[in-house]
Design a protein around this ligand. Structure first.
Ligand code: HEC
Length: 159
């Protein structure tokens, strides 16, 4: 009986900690895909940084250009093999993929509203994109950004 309870406990702790430590889904990717993901992250970060001076100087055309590049930067749309696509869908949760899609959707919206010179919406979608960085990192990249694991707000999810 004790053995069974012990085994159950181990299984339960395993399930709970894999829930909390959801960064591990990304860590399971092959080195090639992980390198691509990091490359994409650095590219979108650079894009986000470059949007600031473009927006501040009123160059909405440039904002639109950069946002368009970000929206099409999708790791899922890159020249990866079918096997790699399969691997992404296999190893990443739907939730991760939805967050990624949402981020790219906001980038597409930013491309659109800056092309149409809707200045107030440019700020709106830029902030939506920034929120997406944190929304995803705090759930799926705590292995990289461990500061999120100490956030009081997040602890409520850790039963
Ligand atoms: C849908 C999820 C998701 C979104 C949205 C997202 N990231 Fe990430 N990001 C990740 C994951 C996962 C990692 C960790 C990758 C790894 O460890 O292989 C990461 C890592 C990074 C890194 C570190 C790369 C390195 O060299 O290790 C940077 C920088 C970064 N993200 C910037 C951003 C910025 C800026 C945004 C928003 C404009 C953003 N990310 C939006 C998931 C996301």
């Amino acid at each position: 009986m004790k053995k069974i309870i012990g085994a159950l406990l181990v299984a339960w702790i395993g399930a709970v900690s894999s829930n909390c430590y959801s960064g591990s889904e990304v860590e399971k990717l092959s080195p090639e895909l992980r390198a691509l993901l990091k490359q994409e992250m650095l590219a979108i970060q650079e894009g986000m940084q470059n949007i600031v001076p473009a927006f501040a100087s009123g160059n909405l055309e440039e904002v639109s250009d950069i946002a368009g590049k970000i929206s099409r930067s999708f790791i899922l749309k890159q020249k990866i093999t079918d096997t790699q696509k399969h691997e992404l869908h296999e190893k990443l949760s739907n939730e991760f993929i939805l967050k990624d899609q949402e981020f790219h959707k906001y980038a597409g919206m930013l491309e659109h509203v800056s092309k149409e010179s809707h200045t107030e919406l440019v700020g709106f979608y830029y902030s939506k994109m920034l929120e997406s960085c944190i929304g995803c990192h705090s759930e799926h990249a705590t292995h990289r950004f461990s500061i999120f694991t100490n956030e009081p707000a997040k602890k409520e999810h850790h039963h």
